[in-house]
Design a protein around this ligand. Structure first.
Ligand code: NAD
Length: 325
């Protein structure tokens, strides 16, 4: 059996990746320090003999016994609310954490795929964003802690690839949504759904003319899976190119949820990108991948998921206290 280490395993994307690799018959080692993740996302895997969980901070030395064939490095705070609350930890997991995992990959002769982000393009001057675009990032702005950590992650990954011949892959993930997200972590889809479920007005930052594109989790996991098993070592965008403005999107959520509330407007946060749309030509050509799930279909699945949670479960999806971590 092939063995894979997945960091950030208790998080949104990591937990869905654990499910996929278990379903494909891998031995899966999940690793997480639970700073933004939740063990409930993977507790269904605990009884399985081909799953083990390591409660560990990847910015410290990482050890996994025995052979290791693949590493997926997904540990990192990912939402603006999270990384603005824990900026230094965000920089450390992208830098020291990545360094530790590259070292482990080298020691084990494993292939490593690292989770980068569309945020490496910053507030883009090229639209849609293709992989050749270098980005427009403010290194000293509040969001720089995330964007620059990921840019460093890409840089050191390519250095290990070129200098040590390490077998590496880089995925640039665009906004992805699905079950297991937290309701108040600042990401648009769960934020709007949480507000609709609580009967609150939907908050749009700025005038709502900024654009986003949202990829359903199953499509994202499929893209990552195909990239891992491809021969391609430069970064690849994985995301849904179907773009919408935030204002239109808020109205879609109002129609889907049937909420009687309205849209309210608040000032735009600093360095919030005005547009975001992946050019997925490479993913199509190299991986034969493109998203399959329409936004209306994916949003309904996720809204039904949140509605199916008990009040206690929903409450848990609201609260996050980093002060004790
Ligand atoms: N969800 C998206 O739309 C999106 C978009 C672009 C990139 N990404 C990337 O995908 C990855 C996962 O994002 P997510 O949306 O699942 O976020 P998430 O917060 O749900 O999951 C991240 C996980 O990493 C863990 N973690 C953080 N620091 C750690 C450390 N030092 N050691 C061990 N574990 C640590 C957290 O506890 C959490 O379980 C991140 O690297 C993120 O940058 C996600």
């Amino acid at each position: 059996m092939k063995k894979i280490l997945i960091t950030g395993a208790a998080g949104f994307l990591g937990s869905h990746l654990c499910d996929r690799f278990i379903a494909e018959g891998f031995d899966v080692v999940g690793m997480d320090n639970l700073i933004t993740g939740d063990l409930n996302n993977i507790s269904h895997l605990f009884p399985l003999s081909n799953f083990e969980f390591h409660h560990h901070d990847v910015t410290k030395f990482v050890h996994v016994s025995g052979k290791l064939d693949y590493i997926l490095h997904f540990a990192s705070p990912a939402s603006p609310i999270d990384y603005l609350k824990i900026p230094i930890k965000t920089l450390k997991v992208g830098s020291l954490g990545t360094l530790n995992l590259l070292g482990l990959a080298k020691e084990k002769g494993a292939r490593i795929l690292v989770a980068s982000t569309s945020e490496v393009y910053g507030d883009p001057l090229v639209h849609p964003q293709n992989e050749e675009y270098f980005g427009n990032v403010n290194p000293i702005g509040p969001r720089g802690v995330y964007d620059e950590a990921k840019r460093f992650m890409e840089s050191i990954t390519m250095a290990y690839h070129r200098h040590h011949g390490l077998d590496t892959r880089i995925v640039r993930i665009f906004n992805t949504y699905g079950s297991r997200m937290r309701l108040n972590d600042g990401r648009v889809v769960p934020a709007f759904m949480g507000q609709a479920l609580r009967g609150e007005d939907l908050t749009v930052f700025g005038d709502g003319s900024q654009s986003r594109s949202f990829c359903y989790i199953d499509d994202q996991v499929e893209g990552i899976y195909r990239l891992l098993f491809s021969d391609y070592t430069d970064p690849v965008n994985i995301g849904n190119p179907h773009e919408t403005t935030i204002k239109e999107f808020a109205e879609e959520i109002i129609a889907l949820t049937g909420t009687k509330q309205k849209v309210i407007y608040k000032p735009l946060p600093q360095d919030d990108p005005t547009q975001r749309q992946p050019d997925i030509t490479k993913a199509k050509e190299i991986l034969g991948w493109e998203p399959k799930v329409h936004r209306a279909e994916g949003l309904k699945i996720v809204y039904d998921y949140f509605k199916s949670l008990s009040p206690e479960e929903l409450q848990k999806k609201e609260h996050r206290d980093f002060s004790t971590k």
